[in-house]
Every structure is written in C-alpha cells, then in structure tokens.
Design a protein around this ligand. Structure first.
Ligand code: RB5
Length: 149
C-alpha cells in the first residue's frame, strides 16, 4: 500500500521511525516532510500535503503527526475524501479503518512514545474497511454530509 507521512515540528521525532516501520512492513512510503526540525512550521501545511496525496491517488492512506494529533486531524478533515482521526489506542486505530474507512491516522508525539506509536501504526496499516452493509450505509451518510458543503 502507498502511505503518505508528514509531521510538523511537534511530530518530528516520530516521523522517521514510523516511516521506517511502514517500509519494513512492505509499504511504499511517501515522505512529505517536514524534512528538518523547524519550530516555526505549521501543521495545516502538512495536513494539506497528505490530504492532497490521497485526493490525487498518490497514497491510499496517510499518517500525520503533530504535537497532540488534534490540529493535524482538524486540518486534514477539511479536505474532501479525507477521514482522519487521532487514535492513541490500538482498538480505535484498527476499528477506525474497519468500520469508518479512516484513511489518515493522526498521532501526537507529545502524547505517545515511539513504542506505542509503532503499535498504533501497525493496527492502522494491517486493517481494511469491512464493507458490511451497516458500515457502507454509514460511510455513504458521511460522504453525503461532505457533498452537501
Ligand atoms: C505545535 O507546537 C503544536 O501546536 C502542534 O504540533 C499540534 O499539537 C497542534 O495540534
């Protein structure tokens, strides 16, 4: 699977370890920055890079890391077709994909350590949307909300 990854300065410490992990798991990783630690960079820029990569078909999923994960998810969800959520427990990181077709996992590097982040990413990338009727029906309703904007 092609997976885009990006972070702001708050998420910078986790980006390379998580990119390496996904690569080791056999995924194609698209690193959209930050490519250096810059305390003045802004998470919405990186959320836009990941969201656009998904919109343009350059990636099927994304991992976005900021300090808390919150700003990244707020910004990413502004892009049509992006379903992003902060998940700091492995159940949500997997079930968010299976039930909700979450396509961007947001993490807070000031909240979770590397060991937990690894487990969260493993849960996120190892699952697929379960296209049972109730999940598909709910997803279509989410898409209808988006289309009505
Ligand atoms: C940046 O200092 C910080 O505000 C940002 O990474 C993130 O935590 C926002 O949600």
């Amino acid at each position: 699977m092609k997976i885009a990854i990006a972070c702001d300065h708050g998420g910078y410490p986790l980006k390379q370890p998580l990119a390496d992990l996904m690569q080791a798991l056999g995924h194609e990783v698209l690193d959209l920055g930050a490519h250096e630690l810059n305390p003045t960079d802004d998470y919405p820029d990186f959320a836009r890079y990941v969201g656009q990569a998904i919109q343009h078909g350059q990636a099927q999923r994304g991992v976005l890391i900021c300090g808390s994960g919150v700003g990244a998810s707020v910004a990413a969800n502004k892009l049509d077709g992006v379903r992003a959520a902060v998940c700091h427990d492995t159940y949500s990181a997997g079930q968010g994909v299976e039930h909700d077709d979450m396509n961007v996992l947001c993490l807070g590097a000031r909240i979770v350590g590397e060991a937990l982040a690894v487990e969260l990413v493993k849960a996120f990338v190892s699952t697929s949307f379960t296209d049972e009727p109730r999940h598909t029906r709910r997803l279509e309703k989410v898409k209808a909300i988006e289309a009505a904007q």
